[in-house]
Design a binder for this molecule. Structure first.
Ligand code: NDP
Length: 451
């Protein structure tokens, strides 16, 4: 049995109840086979794969808080510090009822390679809670965030572990958590990213993941002799990543015709009105029905969460598809539809939105496919730029951060393209991303000895 297969067996045995984590490990280790085979003796002796698939530590804690009726509620908090071979742990905090240890582990594991790809000194981690921010008052959100941070603050720090936002954690939540950290630890330091601009946040962080996704997509198109101009784009999601992906795609001359949330999706053949979408989602925090009510050209399709929310967007004919909502939202039947409709390119704004089966189908049918690890790395890259600004006690201009972000994303595309070519897998950007991210982390692990 090969070393990769041995470790896959072991990981399956040890983490049997964590399907998302197993999915992520299987995808990564399978694509690393050529690198591992070329270095099998060294990696095996140093238990590299066993170590990289086992978090440094995983923290799970009780988060009690009082709701507006005076009732005590209890949620479960998580922080998985996966690997700090190349820098302090870095990764977002997800607040969503679906959160469990397996999901946080899958996200933390992916984050190791993504962070490495940015070329910045950040390790991999992830956290969150099964708390559902939907429908909660500002006071309830604050009560939860303060309680969550009261425990989390023992394990994080500007040079230790620097959490950020993710699904359900935006500027409001980061602000409440930062306030509580400061209060308990008595320190004003860059312990969280995604902060408000008046207290250490970075310009362009809000836009970074969506913009970065488009900078990479544009470079990919350019390297295949195409451009974004005049292309039809379908986007899923209507959150932070989706909104700014749609905005940048339109600035590049493409037409974005869809978006979705967990209860429905929009087809707007005249192109999504991004200003209206921002008003509905960022200001009113409302459903997409409000977008449809305010825009004549929009067709709204209501779908229950059990029907996979916005999966209908993949039925719409497009040149480029950008899944920007959540994991496992693009399945094999969606991939078949995209190919049948002539879609040329799929780049993931969300983390692991495409199943392994769907990814393989797209790749085998000539679609240029870039996974989230590379394509959505702009968010964490800009978070690392926020950390640099905090350390310098300086704030860079929007243009300066945006230019650095663009440089990083273009560089990521070429790195993953080169890595795939080096191992005879030209055009396999998933393998390229895993290999390029892995090589740097492994070199650091080997240099640091058994730890
Ligand atoms: P948000 O919470 O801002 O938005 C998520 C969006 O996806 C919402 O519109 C949500 O709808 C929708 N959604 C959630 N679940 C489903 C579903 N089952 N079907 C359809 N739509 C759904 O999160 P982000 O935009 O920040 O994150 C989106 C993805 O991008 C996640 O995978 C995240 O991990 C990843 N990511 C985010 C980064 C960032 O900087 N924000 C960085 C890198 C990756 P609803 O409002 O109804 O819940």
């Amino acid at each position: 049995m090969s070393y990769v297969d041995e470790v896959l067996e072991l990981v399956k045995k040890k983490n049997a109840s964590e399907p998302e984590f197993l999915q992520a490990v299987t995808e990564v280790l399978n694509s690393l086979r050529p690198v591992v085979e070329a270095n099998e003796e060294l990696y095996k002796k140093n238990a590299i794969l066993e170590r990289i698939t086992e978090p440094d530590r995983q923290l799970m804690f009780r988060v009690p808080w009082v709701d507006d009726k005076g009732q005590v509620q209890v949620n479960r908090g998580f922080r998985v510090q996966f690997n700090n071979a190349i820098g302090p742990y870095k990764g977002g905090l997800r607040l969503h009822p679906s959160v469990n240890l397996g999901i946080i582990k899958f996200l933390g594991f992916e984050q190791i390679f993504k962070n490495s790809l940015t070329s910045l000194p950040i390790g991999g981690g992830k956290g969150g809670s099964d708390f559902d921010p939907k429908g909660k008052s500002d006071r309830e959100i604050m009560a939860f965030c303060q309680s969550f941070m009261t425990e989390l603050c023992k394990y994080i720090g500007a040079d230790v572990d620097v959490p950020a936002g993710d699904i359900g954690t935006g500027a409001r939540e980061i602000g409440f958590m930062f306030g509580q950290y400061k209060r308990i630890r008595g320190m004003f330091e860059g312990v969280l990213t995604g902060k408000g601009l008046t207290y250490g946040g970075s310009l362009a962080r809000t836009e970074a993941t969506g913009y970065g996704l488009l900078y990479l997509t544009e470079e990919l198109m350019k390297c295949h002799g195409e451009s974004m101009q005049g292309k039809t784009v379908v986007v899923s999601g209507a959150g932070n990543v989706a909104i700014y992906a749609a905005q940048k795609a339109q600035q590049m001359g493409a037409k974005v015709v869809t978006c979705s949330d967990s209860t429905g999706w929009i087809y707007d053949p005249e192109g999504i009105d991004v200003a209206l979408l921002k008003e509905v989602k960022e200001v009113k925090r409302a459903r997409l029905t409000e977008y449809a009510a305010a825009r004549k050209s929009a067709q709204y399709h209501e779908v229950s969460a059990a029907d996979r929310g916005g999966a209908g967007v993949w039925q719409i004919k497009c040149d480029i598809a950008l899944p920007c909502a959540t994991q496992n939202e693009l399945l094999i039947e969606d991939a078949k539809q995209l190919v049948a409709n002539g879609c040329k390119c799929v780049c993931e704004g969300a983390n692991m939105p495409t199943t392994i089966e769907a990814t393989e189908y797209l790749q085998n049918n000539g679609v240029w496919f870039v996974g989230g690890k590379a394509a959505n790395a702009g968010g964490v890259a800009t978070s690392a730029l926020e950390m640099s600004q905090n350390s310098e006690r300086l704030s860079w201009s929007f243009e300066e951060v945006d230019a650095k972000l663009k440089g990083i994303m273009v560089n990521i595309y070429h790195n993953i393209d080169d890595a795939a070519k080096r191992y005879g897998m030209e055009g396999n950007y998933v393998a390229g991303a895993n290999i390029a991210g892995f090589e740097k982390v492994v070199n650091a692990m080997l240099a640091q000895g058994v730890c």
